[in-house]
Design a protein around this ligand. Structure first.
Ligand code: ZN
Length: 179
């Protein structure tokens, strides 16, 4: 299974499902992360003491958070059982509900779709998990899900789209599900 999300921590919204898949069902889970998470400086007050840096200062946060958040996501991923990480390091500009701007002006969407395509074809995932792109969701969450959907439909591999309250499950066309 592949998780496609925008920020380093979006996967925590369905961490229990990932844990179940990797531990109880012996599934393999990889994570493709679109942004570097640098806009998290606004929410880093509690982390300042831990890391001994003024992370809520925009310049400091934008410089240090990409590395810190990669380390954090990998530490959490060790517990829930994530196998491989694919960091696409696109810019995490700011909070917005607008997915269009990020897709047309900020991220290199052609490059991201190409990377996703390579991964999906190489690893033959049965499922892709994304955040449900509801209107009130962060524009980056919506945009990451749109890129996953576009890639699968470009490959003509999208069989089924299922959703829970906040997760979208995309089932791949040609493989039999083992779940
Ligand atoms: Zn997020």
């Amino acid at each position: 299974m592949l998780i496609v999300t925008a920020h380093p921590d979006d996967e925590t919204g369905f961490a229990a499902s990932v844990y179940k898949i990797t531990h109880d069902l012996k599934g393999k889970v990889d994570l493709a992360l679109v942004t570097n998470g640098e806009a998290g400086f606004k929410y880093s007050t509690l982390a300042e003491d831990i890391y001994g840096a003024e992370l809520t200062d925009e310049a400091v946060g934008r410089e240090l958070l990409p590395t810190i958040r990669k380390r954090e996501i990998m530490a959490g991923g060790k517990i829930i059982g994530i196998r491989n990480y694919y960091f696409f390091d696109q810019k995490d500009t700011h909070y917005t509900l607008d997915h269009d701007t990020v897709l047309t002006q900020v991220w290199n969407v052609k490059w991201v779709r190409e990377k996703l395509k390579e991964l999906i074809l190489r690893e033959k995932y049965d499922y892709i998990f994304c955040l449900l792109p509801t209107p009130e969701t962060h524009g980056h969450h919506k945009a990451a899900t749109i890129l996953a959907l576009q890639t699968l439909s470009e490959l003509a591999l999208l069989k089924n789209v299922l959703s829970s309250s906040d997760v979208l499950f995309l089932k791949r066309q040609t493989l039999q599900s083992q779940f």
